[in-house]
Design a protein around this ligand. Structure first.
Ligand SMILES: Cc1ncc(COP(=O)(O)O)c(C=O)c1O
Length: 410
């Protein structure tokens, strides 16, 4: 493991040395997508220059090498997430396009298992990806959804959440970390409580894994999902970790090549997970490069990275709170380095556009969390979200940029 030399880690991300009109890039939209280290970019190039071929079905050397790299990647990611390799763990790793597809795969799989009046528990801080698929599932099956609202500071009232469980509760889906509030939900306690009540759990880890490894083996949810592009890997990659027996009871999500056992004119039979859910040619280079991103993350001293992110968050919060008309949403202790805010003198969209002229990239809008925006009573917020490669100059640039926006608007 490398010591946490922030400047040298930052230098691993070529895009961060980019300038626009003489101004350095200040990238504070990591919640939307992360930047990629050179090793991940090199891995993609290496695949296409020396290994490119289709996997699982070729007998020639290239195909076997690509298959090995892809399957080795699957194993390595599992091990990094605290799950033993193939056949030995209770969970299978399915490569998908991202967290959204992973959740859709699960809700599709549950269509035949839920029935009228079954209950699903969600929170109001969910991203639409962990909201809409459940709504569709409820419409299709006649199940009902109970929504738990966050408290004033952005935390979940666990007593209220637990009290929502009834004899009819079948599923509890919740985000590990809120992409707007930064709240880190007590996933271990929630999974434990749900499994004591024999309720299926789905944890959306899209905003958790970018800030360090999660021991999913110890957490032991039924399903855990995340997106590759938020963990320093390529777009169009993602992971569904699911309990094997639950997955194998699901009907296939898509059908076609690679997921079949036997195909005959009389009908077809399907393989077990993970192949069961990986129909057709997958994103081979993406899966291999995602494993490279995990290899990169393995080299980071996450304890030191966490301390650094906490310091960035404290610095940003302190400076932003000094600004006139500032309101920050999400004030839980130990939150992820995400600051969502509104200013009473400007619309979030104007803030986002004007600060971009200083080459400071932040996110503005509803962040795919419209129910949460309604709960907070705002149409949109501005959001600065940090990664370990950000530094205190980035925070200063954010604050200076906001002051410039204020001067411009007045
Ligand atoms: C908490 C959370 N869940 C799910 C998603 C959806 O991820 P993707 O669009 O990569 O599928 C996001 C994306 O911002 C997110 O922040």
């Amino acid at each position: 493991m490398r010591s946490f030399d922030q400047a040298s880690l930052r230098a691993d991300f070529p895009i961060l040395s980019q300038e626009h009109q003489g101004k350095p890039l200040v990238y504070l939209d990591n919640g939307a997508t992360s930047q990629k280290p050179q090793t991940v970019l090199d891995r993609l190039t290496k695949f296409y220059t020396t290994e490119n071929s289709n996997i699982h079905r070729g007998v020639h050397r290239l195909s076997q090498e690509a298959t090995d790299a892809y399957e080795r990647g699957r194993e390595e990611i599992k091990i990094d997430l605290g799950l033993p390799g193939s056949g030995k763990s209770s969970h299978e790793l399915i490569f998908v396009r991202g967290a959204t597809e992973a959740i859709n795969l699960v809700t599709h799989g549950l269509r035949e298992q839920l029935q009228e009046d079954d209950e699903i528990i969600l929170t109001v801080m969910e991203h639409h990806a962990n909201f809409v698929p459940w709504q569709v599932l409820a419409q299709e099956t006649g199940a009902t959804i109970t929504y738990i609202e966050p408290l004033e500071d952005g935390s979940l009232d666990l007593d209220v959440w637990k009290a929502a469980f009834t004899a009819k509760t079948r599923v509890a889906a919740f985000t590990h970390v809120s992409n707007v509030l930064g709240t880190v939900n007590p996933a271990a306690e929630m999974v434990r409580f749900a499994s004591e009540h024999e309720v299926i759990t789905l944890v959306d880890g899209a905003q958790a894994l970018p800030h360090g490894p999660v021991d999913i083996g110890a957490l032991d949810p039924d399903f855990y999902v995340f997106s590759g592009h938020k963990v320093y890997g390529p777009d169009g990659t993602g992971v569904l970790l699911g309990r094997r027996e639950l997955l194998n009871a699901f009907p296939p999500y898509q059908t076609g090549g690679d997921m079949i056992d036997i195909v005959a004119v009389e009908g077809s039979t399907f393989r077990e997970a993970p192949s069961r859910f990986e129909a057709g040619t997958p994103n081979i280079s993406g899966g291999i490069a995602l494993a490279e991103a995990f290899r990169y993350m393995r080299g980071i001293d996450w304890e030191a990275a966490h301390e650094h992110e906490v310091a960035l968050l404290a610095h940003a919060t302190e400076e932003l709170e000094k600004m006139e008309g500032m309101k920050i949403f999400g004030k839980t202790v130990g939150k992820a380095p995400i600051v969502s805010f509104v200013l009473d003198w400007a619309h979030a969209h104007d803030v986002g556009q004007l600060i971009d002229t200083a080459n400071v990239a932040i996110r503005v809008g509803h962040h795919c969390c419209q129910p949460l925006m309604t709960h907070l009573g705002v149409p949109a917020t501005a959001r600065a979200s940090f990664a370990f490669y950000n530094n205190h100059d980035d925070v200063e640039a954010l604050v200076a940029g906001l002051h410039k926006v204020k001067r411009f608007l007045s």
